[in-house]
Design a protein around this ligand. Sequence first.
Ligand SMILES: Cc1ncc(C[n+]2csc(CCOP(=O)(O)OP(=O)(O)O)c2C)c(N)n1
Ligand SMILES: CC(=O)[C@@H](O)[C@H](O)COP(=O)(O)O
Ligand SMILES: [Mg+2]
Length: 592
Amino acid sequence: MNPYALLETINDPADLRNMPEEQLGELAKQLREYIIEIVATKEGHLGASLGVVELTIALHYIFNTPDDLLVWDVGHQAYGHKILTGRREQFHTNRQLGGISGFPKRTESVFDTFGTGHSSTSISAALGMAMASNFKGEKEKHHIAVIGDASIASGMAFEALNHAGVSQANLLIILNDNAIGIDPSVGALKEYLTNIKVDRKLAKNNIIRALNFDYSGPIDGHNLPRLLKELKRLQKKKGPKFLHVITTKGKGLRQAEQDQVRYHAPGKFDKNSGELLPKPKGDLPPKYQDVFGHTIVELAEKNANIVGITPAMPTGSSLKYMMEKFPERAFDVGIAEQHAVTFAAGMATQGLNVFCNIYSTFLQRAYDQLIHDVALQRIPVIFCLDRAGLVGQDGATHHGVFDLAFLRCIPNLIIFAPRDEVDLRNIMYTAQLGLSDPIAIRYPRGRGKNLDWKKPFSQITIGKAKQLSKGNKIAVISIGTIAENVSQAISILSAEKQIAHYDLRFLAPLDSELLHEIFKQYQIIFTVEDGVLNGGMGSAISEFTTKYNYNYQKVVSLGVEEQFIEHGTVEELQQIVGIDPKSMAKQFERFL
Ligand SMILES: Cc1ncc(C[n+]2csc(CCOP(=O)(O)OP(=O)(O)O)c2C)c(N)n1
Ligand SMILES: CC(=O)[C@@H](O)[C@H](O)COP(=O)(O)O
Ligand SMILES: [Mg+2]
């Protein structure tokens, strides 16, 4: 028997709306199983989508999507939405090269009204749409933002609530409260939401009502009849409305419900048993995040001034190790990158050695704080920027490819990219000894290459580059872990004697002395980075040539040209960008 017989009758939410209410329970079951079956082998975000299966069906059933506009915050929970809105057959390509995106994407479907990936944007976007509808006289249109309990605690969401509460916008905010983000939710708002659930009388006079919203809930988000009834009621109401829905992350898969952190994005698992597939046997080099996580603990054991900060990514950044060992010295501040940076600055003014760990892509949120609150005042915060460079399947919203470019123009900021695990350890060691300026240390997602990485610490000289190998024809300058691809390219060509390889290490301050040596010795200079070329390391070297009149040298820069890179494996994306070993070898060969 076809387990997806009912699901397969739906190619558009219009089909769904023709279905009798009694069949929706069976549809929810099939949709859940379909998500589990595909994610088990293709990987991706699991728990969040499983938790909103009933909500997704109810929303498309009651509202007239895509005319009514539905915005999913973060968008990692939108798999059910994708499947019900014409992408069931493509869903097996989710997050694969050339396949559909793991997040809502406007170019992919009219049902994806707003592209997401970074959190806490949905209320602003839906409010903008609602105000636009008012301008256009489209009074009947509904605008719905679905936002999680961790995402609503972010500053941007608060700003939007504050604005929406005094608007005439026909806006429905649905708080999908499962009491967890990737890691357990934190903060006073989270405590308040928990209290509301325990003592429903508190819901009567609550913070959301105080902001002028028509508040209802909390209601059980897995109870379809209850959801449908409430959405029908809200459909008739005008103005800003707020529905508080309680759900279970991972609903329907025992392991995903029990270990919600692991099953947020579990990797491959057995679709029948739910068990994670065994890891490959044998020792593997460490993940960079774990080099950070274990090293900060090691340093903190000796230096009582060290504190650590993460905005909502204790597991992803591995700051969780410090949170376990020194709970009073490690802070998860929630999805609050702006606050994290200024909070770090405040602590550092008081003489603490503050490690502020933020994914490169999420630091984009805190650019002004970095400039105004940190660099301008020369406050020596130690930023550890994880997931720098191409991150793979999360795609365009998450690649950390802009950091070198957006950091380089900030005065007083030291910028370092470790070439390997040992470099990362040593720069962390160096930074906590005390610097007079802030430092940004950027390193990639995934594993390094050394099993033997826990070497004794040694101090790194700020602003000094390193020659990795000698050669007589061309020079290649790389920064960060992409050096490994350069080394492989040189071996592919057996050009060890012809290609000199330098690791720039510091994008700021630049090692001008070594650069002068390079420019005096070579006419062809390649630069290689896993970031955007506009403004990045290649730009820095080109500016150097102009500044010092190196007119006879040719600089060829490899990196991300002017485009957003989509999703795929890191290796596939490196090939597209031309920074994989083979593509680089071809480029170098032209000049040998
Ligand atoms: C600006 C930003 N910071 C951090 C993240 C990483 N992140 C993705 S999902 C998530 C947790 C979201 O939790 P919640 O809003 O409660 O949704 P749930 O996963 O529970 O459905 C976090 C921290 C992000 N996507 N965007
Ligand atoms: C949706 C989101 O932003 C996170 O779940 C992100 O996908 C985590 O990325 P890592 O898997 O690199 O930790
Ligand atoms: Mg949540």
